[in-house]
Design a protein around this ligand. Structure first.
Ligand code: T3D
Length: 259
């Protein structure tokens, strides 16, 4: 536990819990620093193969702590976004391990952006997303304007970002903002089951797949086909591919090592 962030590593799965429930896990400077450093540490830890990001109490995350923002020594907004938020989003996207957002309750402002930047989003039935930035005269940040159109399409992204109505979990599922909705009591078990399935996969192939999906947004089909061929050459030369073939032949589950 450090500065409003709880880190639990259990086998190949790291669970990061934003832990200031009295303020709906609103993000303070120490939390942002701890989250960025923890993600970077996990990125370098080959024993961790999947990450779950969730919130303590009834919220996932209410975004920037607004009381902190009003402190006289608060950093200028642009500096705060560049130096504290953007590194977290970059870490989520550049780390090899998939990150599953277990959205247990409201995800507002940069809290919603955090969930958008994860690889997979699974929500509890009572969860909701709120693009709260406009309500306080700010613009969506921490990647929200980039992720949202890619997740739900241009028309819905504009509606969500400009009108700002809360998006309940069932609608989030319908429009593709999350991929699963489960009863609140089942959320962490479902997230863990998903993480375990990811962790049982071949780490190199999973990392290459995560990267290819991200790059797909900025390349054409020809480049994607070329890129897939190169990645298949890399994955195909791995010990894990040989193990996958052997396991298939021997009718047993594969034991991937990441080699
Ligand atoms: O550095 C920078 O500023 C740049 C970065 C900006 C990124 C951003 O995230 S900007 C957006 C910041 N977030 C918000 O504007 C959301 C503010 N919160 C809300 O709109 C609502 O609280 C929610 C929609 C999230 C939830 O509503 P509700 O009715 O379920 O809960 P509530 O009663 O409003 O809040 C419960 C408590 O949490 C309350 O404290 P209290 O009165 O019980 O002592 C409330 O003040 C506190 N809380 C909620 N959000 C924040 C917060 N405290 C500090 N910061 C918050 N963001």
């Amino acid at each position: 536990m450090t500065d409003g962030l709880r880190v639990d590593i259990d086998g190949p799965v790291a669970t990061l819990t934003l832990d200031r429930p009295e303020a709906l896990n609103a993000l303070t400077v120490p939390m942002k620093v701890a989250l960025g450093e923890t993600l970077n540490r996990i990125a370098a830890d080959r024993s961790v193969r999947a990450v779950i990001l969730t919130g303590a109490g009834r919220a996932f995350c209410a975004g920037q702590d607004l009381a902190e923002r009003e402190q006289p020594d608060a950093a200028p907004l642009e500096v705060e976004v560049r130096e504290r938020y953007n590194p977290i989003i970059r870490a989520l996207r550049s780390m090899d391990q998939p990150v599953i957002a277990a959205v247990n309750g409201v995800a507002a402002g940069a809290g919603a952006s955090l969930a958008f930047a994860c690889d997979v989003r699974i929500a509890a039935e009572g969860a909701r997303f709120v693009l709260a930035f406009g309500r306080i005269g700010l613009v969506p940040d921490s990647g929200a304007t980039w992720f949202l159109p890619r997740l739900v399409g241009a028309a819905r992204a504009a509606d969500i970002a400009l009108v700002g109505d809360p998006i309940p979990a069932d609608e989030a599922l319908r429009i593709g903002l999350v991929s699963r909705v489960v009863p609140a009591d089942d959320l962490m078990a479902e997230a863990r089951a998903l993480a375990d399935r990811v962790a049982a996969g071949a780490p190199l192939a999973i990392a290459l797949t995560k990267g290819a999906l991200d790059r797909s947004w900025s390349i054409d089909l020809d480049e994607a086909l070329d890129g897939e061929a190169k990645l298949q050459g890399i994955a195909g030369a791995s010990a894990d591919h040989a193990e996958g073939l052997a396991a298939f032949r021997e009718k047993r589950p594969p034991q991937f090592t990441g080699e």
